[in-house]
Design a protein around this ligand. Structure first.
Ligand code: ZN
Length: 199
């Protein structure tokens, strides 16, 4: 990562990418970019890393924009603990760095503090001031420490056999039981329908 360390983080360019990927320049994804970078520059060059996000909000998009780790390729895991933190770690040995927003640092940036701690209703927040304070604060908002992830995270989850669900007729992992999880009541849909083809 020597090259990365020497390249300044172009936050304006990153903000444009966030707008296109996330839909708008959400403060959480912008701060997330700074957090990803803080972890990334600490990982030695040539080390293959995976990522963990501790919230579903915003941070997974920052990781997916700035690293090869995505939810789809399995190198990014979201463990939704509700904490605005992420870590990057050596995918073989599990040692890495965790970055979080340090509440001690928020007093210097009142607009970020109001947004982050939800002290004001969304309508009372000044989006431009939040973004300009994020730019001014940069890495000073965050804390970083070394971590070692649990060994379970280093193992590839066993996928096992795929069988056909006797209830809906679709393939599903046999380890889920006699019928698929959707047919066990976990379908997101209200109406259960299996049309031949919807045109
Ligand atoms: Zn089924």
């Amino acid at each position: 990562m020597e090259t990365l360390r020497k390249t300044p983080f172009d936050i304006d360019e990153y903000m444009r990418r966030v707008e296109s990927f996330h839909g708008h320049a959400a403060p959480g994804v912008i701060i997330g970019g700074l957090m990803v970078r803080m972890a990334q520059i600490r990982i030695p060059e040539g080390v293959l890393f995976n990522a963990v996000c501790e919230t579903l909000s915003c941070l997974p998009d920052a990781v997916q924009l700035l690293t090869p780790c995505t939810v789809g390729n399995g190198w990014l895991r979201v463990i939704d603990l509700g904490r605005f933190a992420l870590s990057l770690y050596d995918k073989h040995h599990g040692n890495g760095f965790r970055v979080f927003i340090d509440p001690k640092n928020l007093d210097n940036w009142p607009e970020i503090k109001a947004w982050f701690l939800r002290l004001k209703p969304k309508t009372g927040q000044d989006h431009c001031r939040i973004l300009s304070q994020i730019k001014a604060a940069g890495e000073n908002l965050c804390g970083v420490h070394a971590v070692q992830v649990r060994p379970q995270l280093l193992e590839r989850p066993e996928k096992g056999r795929i069988v056909i669900c006797p209830s809906c007729g679709e393939p599903y992992p046999m380890k889920d039981g006699g019928i698929c999880l959707a047919c066990q009541g976990r379908s997101p849909y209200v109406i259960r329908e299996y049309p031949e083809r919807v045109v």
